[in-house]
Design a protein around this ligand. Structure first.
Ligand SMILES: Cc1cc2nc3c(=O)[nH]c(=O)nc-3n(C[C@H](O)[C@H](O)[C@H](O)COP(=O)(O)O)c2cc1C
Length: 204
């Protein structure tokens, strides 16, 4: 089994979302101990924004180039296609995905390669596979105590669905800015949710 881990926090391995992803990974490795992990570290950036020819191609009937962003895009899509499981660890930035993750999405959501456009709208081209999303946020964005909008999870669902990834499993540690008690509570609640998820799947 191949696991692709796309990590998106500028805080790297010290980040809460990375920590959560390691719990997810721990569960995955329990049932697949020989799994091969590919780490795509986006962190504080590193992937350039898409270039002009890529942008023109996205609105054209054919690709007008094969160089520049297409090379980066192809490498990232190949990496994704080789994965049996995708793990995304990400903070919430300004109610949505951090820009580093958005740049990755701009490269992997490519017309004629991972989705098509027709009279019925957009149709996915990728084979479905489980996706685990590990999100950390300073405040809460779900449940009764949420005090902010969430454009992150609906956006990720929509864009991953567009390319064919429907089996989304989202876990969050919310409230990292609310003090140690809030963090401890959030971590423990998420650990329980993770355990329940994997026990349920192992039982099937
Ligand atoms: C640029 C930026 C924007 C942020 N925007 C939000 C936000 O909209 N909502 C929120 O709850 N936390 C926000 N935060 C706080 C982070 O989500 C929080 O610190 C989270 O724990 C970071 O996750 P990490 O440890 O995985 O990097 C923001 C942080 C940064 C740096």
């Amino acid at each position: 089994m191949n696991i692709l881990h796309v990590s998106c926090s500028p805080r790297g391995q010290a980040s809460e979302s990375y920590r959560l992803s390691q719990s997810v990974m721990g569960h995955l490795l329990k049932s697949h101990p020989t799994a091969v992990i590919t780490n795509r570290v986006l962190g504080a950036g590193g992937i350039a924004h898409v270039d002009e020819n890529y942008a023109i191609s996205q609105q054209s009937l054919e690709d007008i180039a094969q160089d520049g962003s297409f090379i980066q895009s192809e490498a990232l899509i190949n990496e994704l296609e080789s994965a049996d499981v995708l793990v995304i660890s990400t903070p919430m930035h300004n109610f949505t995905v951090p820009s580093a993750l958005k740049v990755w999405i701009d490269h992997i959501a490519r017309v004629r390669r991972t989705f098509n456009v027709g009279a019925q709208g957009k149709t996915p081209m990728l084979r479905d596979r489980p996706v685990f999303v590990a999100i950390a946020s300073g405040g809460r964005f779900s449940g009764e105590r949420a005090r902010q909008p969430d454009f992150l999870t609906p956006y990720l669902k929509a864009v991953l669905n567009m390319i064919g990834l429907h089996d989304l499993n989202i876990f969050t540690v919310e409230g990292t800015a609310l003090g140690p008690d809030a963090i401890a509570e959030a971590r423990s609640r998420t650990d329980q949710a993770l355990l329940a998820h994997f026990q349920h799947h192992e039982a099937q």
